[in-house]
Design a protein around this ligand. Structure first.
Ligand code: ADP
Length: 192
């Protein structure tokens, strides 16, 4: 099983990913976590990543695609199935993912689209910022990230609706009830 978890910043991708990993034994690939680790260690890549993340902008496609490609190359666990969290975020990234999978004989099972309205997203990220101290969880950067999401990432929904992979999931309610909806959607695909 290879899943993309998709949704606006603050939609709960990370939270639901954790539960999906436990249930289905998938390898978690969170591009945001990868980049934040690089920032923490102060690497060259971390410095570049920080200059985009702190402004709420996306990293250049070529850079993030290269990171992903290298990760698949060097991580045999990815062959047991992956959950992609934070990638793809643009159409070129989605196209790159197709060839990345094709090259390795992997197939995309589904795109789980967590749908949450904007006031709730802003509220969640402000609350998260108070705990996590993420440099991008402040009101100004949150608004910028939502603009970027609408402009660059939402076209992906259409892309995955067209190829029949997109599964819309209401991302509000309790963590467990959302997870149950996701599990049901995935189990029904698996039975087909
Ligand atoms: P969220 O979805 O809550 O905004 P993430 O942790 O997924 O948080 O991403 C944080 C930031 O990392 C993004 O705003 C962006 O700057 C960078 N980033 C993560 N994934 C990608 C990607 N696939 N392409 C470009 N930039 C990315």
């Amino acid at each position: 099983m290879n899943i993309v978890i998709f949704g606006a910043p603050g939609s709960g991708k990370g939270t639901q990913s954790e539960k999906l990993i436990q249930k289905y034994g998938l390898y978690h690939i969170s591009t945001g976590d990868i980049l934040r680790k690089e920032i923490q260690t102060g690497s060259e890549l971390g410095k570049i990543a920080d200059s985009y993340i702190s402004k709420g902008q996306l990293l250049p496609d070529s850079l993030i695609i290269e990171i992903l490609d290298k990760l698949f190359e060097t991580t045999p666990e990815t062959r047991q199935g992956v959950i992609l969290d934070g990638f793809p975020r643009t159409i070129p990234q989605a196209q790159a993912l197709e060839s990345l999978f094709l090259k390795r004989g992997m197939k995309l099972t589904a795109v789980i689209g967590l749908e949450v309205d904007e006031p709730e997203l802003i509220d969640r990220m402000i609350k998260r910022g108070q705990i996590s101290h993420r440099s991008d969880d402040n009101l100004e950067t949150i608004k910028k990230r939502l603009d970027v999401y609408h402009l660059q990432t939402t076209p992906l929904k259409e892309f995955y609706l067209k190829n029949g992979k997109y599964k819309a999931i209401q991302g509000t309610g309790s963590v467990d009830s959302i997870f149950e909806t996701i599990s049901k959607a995935l189990d029904s695909i698996h039975r087909d």
